[in-house]
Ligand binder design. Sequence first.
Ligand code: ATP
Length: 407
Amino acid sequence: RRWIPEAVTFTAPNAQVAHSWVQKLQERIRSTRPRKLLVFINPYGGKGKASRIYTKKVFPLFELAGIETEVIETTHANHARDFIVEQDLQKYDGVVCVGGDGMFSELLHGLVTRTQRDSGVCEEDESSLLTPCKLRIGIIPAGSTDCVCFATVGINDPVTSALHIIIGDTQPLDVCASYHASKLQRFSVSLIGYGFFGDVLKFSENLRWMGPARYDVSGLKMFFRNKAYRGTVEFQEADDLNSSPRDNTRCPMNCNWKKISGSFRAINITGMSSACPKSLDGLSPSAHLADGTADLILVHKCGLFQFLKHLNRHTNGEDQFALPHVEVHRVRAMRFMPDEEDEKEIVRRRKGTFSSMCGGDDLHTSTWNCDGEILDCAQLRFFAHSINERKLTLVLHSSCIFSSVKK
Ligand SMILES: Nc1ncnc2c1ncn2[C@@H]1O[C@H](COP(=O)(O)OP(=O)(O)OP(=O)(O)O)[C@@H](O)[C@H]1O
């Protein structure tokens, strides 16, 4: 999957022929390639090497390809998002982030919000039909995990990504919208995880000073903690062709929703494979990129060894779903409700001295990890939106979005 630039020399019989070749090539290139890009660099992403990666590896290629760039080094979180929401973007053919998944998410939210505002659509409203974004997002990987880049391009290599951007490659993606108490929480494209991955992210926030190693340390702690959370997952399977989460029907009987109650070690929803350098096949190797579905993976309460077996299968090529405590469904929508008893217990524990002493570590609900951002709530509804313009049925049902990601 790694691309490298290569020079090819054509020899023309005379200058006139050479000139016509150049002209023809330029015409072709102009119609498919971006001419002006807005680049955001997160100087603190990953190991803090984003600026150097851009200057040394990416900018020379953009220059060689005649792409004009405007570069903004971010000074604070949400700098890129706010810029996209507020500034004139007419002159750009695309926006590029040099950073990790968090930076990609900023650009995604900025573009979605901007597009809805410009077209007078309320993105907060669950029933709104969102307007697709025209601008594309390019990702130059320079973060800690670079999952979105890895799962779409197959490698997290800045030069490969720069070359894909230069030739105008596109890759449509599904965008998932998550709601809590009827309020939009976030848009996401890769993992939405409750239980294990929610806890790993939450605890890792205290360890930011460690850099990317924080995820390993937090993962180890949460693995041995072996906590499961009670609740009910309801979902609509993708092959249920008679209904769609956006068909505007009102069903009083919940007839097309499947329901599973129990104690879950992890609830993961992923709109793409979520592959990354640590797990080359990802959480769900056969997840599709742009079909309006996501894969729901339920890991029921199990022993340490059983959970280790499941996790280990993300890296050794064995089927991670072929285990008695794991099940997987392809879904269009999902909702999760923690057990009420647990909610009451949280309040009781929060008031207790024990809780304050252990920093809420013993809480009976987890949080959601939404593309690497914490959603501090347990109850959640989510919809997968298709953005694949080639499939008419999906466009008809689709209420969203969006731009394609340049590989
Ligand atoms: N100048 C800045 N100072 C502080 N935070 C920033 C700045 N610019 C961006 N951010 C925030 O930093 C967060 C993390 O950035 P980024 O995703 O690039 O790196 P990462 O977290 O190391 O990688 P990954 O998301 O792949 O694990 C983002 O959510 C972004 O909002």
